[in-house]
Design a protein around this ligand. Structure first.
Ligand code: DAH
Length: 339
């Protein structure tokens, strides 16, 4: 091998390293020239086979070239890194994207959405009403007169000025507001925030959500109520969950019943969650008390209806296994990020 060959070899190698268009081409050049089986490496290994007087020059020249090429390689790599190795704007379209943090829905919102979806499919419209309510809608027109002991069922926040208004203690007043303005058939659900003067603990929050339901028309029966609530329970808690109606009392329904589902924690044998009963209460319901029709101008001889009301936090807690309602209102991201 003559010194002239080295020059041509060096020129060829520099050209290839110098013009590599991206990191892959550069890596291919590295492998082809100075990798373990690269051309320079092979030539260096063959030096002992050269005539003795040619070996020193060959060694120096090839080692110098190898050093030059690896410097050139480093320089080109830095060049690519600085420019973003992409198109001429420096924007690397192959760089993996960063996933933006887009947040998530609060478990109460998710549960509300689930509840609304089930009843929407059954033909219910969504209605809303005010959170600051008059005594008339919150109590009187719901057949809860002043001084009636049933008022004790709700620990009420009253306003000071103007006096006599309440923060609604339930979504039931919206039943009256809608019936006042709409002739039967009425088929609505009412999601909304409610307030009670309760001391916060694991199962009480002064602010909470309810979903109310109301269906009034000719021929609405308790069997229809039972069917709708069964469908609801099965959709939210699984198609094989047992349900039962348990007699109860509410001033605005007659007869009244609460819906229980079989305790999924103990399978009905009795545990701490179901307080040993094997059943979990999930909502209140009943046939609309005909007294209410007198307040809204409906003919109790012609129409019947059913109503129900549920606490959204309770449903969410049962669904997601949350054992303290306060977790839903503390906004601790470590909790919220689990949903
Ligand atoms: N308003 C009741 C409460 O807050 C819940 C309720 C029970 C609503 C029975 C209803 C019903 O519409 O029929 O405790």
């Amino acid at each position: 091998m003559s010194s002239l060959d080295y020059k041509a070899l060096a020129a060829e190698a520099r050209q290839i390293f110098g013009t590599a268009a991206d990191e892959q081409e550069l890596e291919a050049a590295r492998v082809a020239w100075i990798g373990r089986k690269g051309r320079i490496t092979v030539l260096l290994r063959q030096i002992p086979e050269l005539p003795e007087d040619e070996r020193p020059l060959a060694g120096r020249t090839l080692n110098t070239l190898k050093g030059d090429l690896s410097s050139l390689l480093d320089a080109r790599l830095r060049e690519f890194a600085d420019s973003g190795a992409g198109d001429e704007t420096g924007f690397d379209i192959t760089h993996p994207g960063r996933t933006p943090f887009i947040g998530r829905l609060h478990p109460i919102t998710k549960t509300l959405d689930d509840i609304i979806e089930v009843f929407r499919e059954m033909g219910f419209d969504v209605a809303e009403g005010p959170e600051v309510e008059s005594e008339y809608y919150n109590f009187e027109a719901l057949n809860i007169p002043e001084h009636h002991p049933a008022r004790g069922m709700w620990d009420t926040f009253w306003t000071k000025s103007p006096p006599g208004l309440v923060l609604r203690t339930h979504t039931s007043p919206v039943q009256i507001r809608i019936m006042e303005n709409q002739k039967p058939p009425v088929r609505i659900i009412v999601p909304g925030r409610c307030y009670r003067a309760d001391t916060p603990d694991a199962t009480h929050s002064p602010v909470f959500y309810q979903v109310e339901g109301l269906y009034v028309d000719e021929g609405v029966s308790m069997a229809m109520l039972r069917g709708a609530l069964d469908t609801f329970a099965h959709r939210l808690f699984g198609s094989d969950v047992p349900t039962r109606f348990r007699p109860s009392y509410f001033p605005f329904t007659e007869p009244s019943a609460e819906l229980d589902i079989g305790c999924f924690q103990c399978g009905g044998n009795g545990c701490r969650l179901c307080k040993g009963s094997g059943w979990l209460e999930i909502l209140g319901s009943g046939m609309v008390n005909p007294e209410l029709y007198g307040f809204v101008g409906y003919d109790p001889e012609k129409v019947t209806g059913y109503a129900f009301g549920m606490g959204v936090e309770r449903i969410a807690m049962l669904k997601y296994g949350i054992d303290d309602i306060r977790l839903l209102y503390e906004n601790d991201l470590r909790f919220l990020e689990q949903f």
